[in-house]
Design a protein around this ligand. Structure first.
Ligand SMILES: [Zn+2]
Length: 230
């Protein structure tokens, strides 16, 4: 089955439209980013001054306005293009991103969530596959690194290469530990592992939802130093 992305449009308390599209073979984060694209592109076509995007993933919201190379970059570029037209010559226009966890079952978000999860679309023989979905296939190797604490993270470098940087690439942790990655790092906030003893099912899901966790990537190099506090 393919992932499905859905956006519902509400204005002045009434649903005025909806969009739904297959997201091909993609992670939940990719599908959420596509849903934000559907929402932003449609909403900016209306004559409105303020857009509120309700999502269950602030990670997807951040990716939405990040035009750099990443999984689902095409969605981000479409969003940025739509927002450029929305804001150009209109300094009074606003867009807000509201974080609404699916488990809260808040009505507006829950309706769209149910719409997406209840729609089944066959993947076909050769569905397009996102970068993150491809990388999620490497979950077995990354699981081994995480379990053995033998991965390219600050905790490992502190032990075996003490002269090297131990900071987390998120910039908010002096020593990038497994615990930080699982529960507190904003890079992996889409599906955090907050239980001290997570189930194997949740552990595997965490790795699949976060393909860069415990992976070797030039994009995960830590900063030379932590940023100064604001
Ligand atoms: Zn971090």
């Amino acid at each position: 089955m393919q992932a499905v992305s859905v956006a519902h449009f509400w204005r002045l308390g009434e649903q005025v439209s909806s969009s739904k599209a297959p997201a091909r073979r993609a992670t939940a984060l990719d599908a959420e980013l596509f849903a934000i694209r559907l929402g932003v592109v449609k909403a900016t076509s209306f004559d409105v001054k303020c857009i509120i995007i309700i999502t269950d993933s602030l990670t997807a919201a951040r990716r939405a306005v990040d035009a750099s190379v990443h999984s689902g970059q095409a969605h981000s570029l479409a969003i940025v293009q739509a927002l450029r037209g929305f804001f150009t010559n209109h300094s009074d226009r606003l867009i807000h991103f509201w974080d609404c966890p699916s488990k809260a079952q808040w009505s507006l978000h829950f309706l769209a969530h149910e719409d997406a999860t209840s729609t089944k679309i066959a993947a076909g023989c050769h569905p397009a596959t996102s970068l993150d979905a491809l990388q999620s296939k490497s979950a077995a190797a990354r699981a081994t690194r995480a379990i053995l604490n033998h991965a390219s993270i600050g905790e490992f470098r502190q032990c075996f290469f003490p002269a090297e940087c131990t900071y987390c690439p998120c910039g908010h942790c002096q020593v990038e530990t497994c615990r930080h990655i699982f529960a507190n790092c904003r890079r992996f906030a889409y599906f955090p592992l907050t239980d001290l003893v997570p189930t194997v099912k949740d552990f595997v899901k965490f790795l699949k939802e976060h393909p860069s966790a415990f992976a070797f990537s030039s994009q995960d190099r830590p900063p030379s130093k932590l940023p100064e506090p604001p």
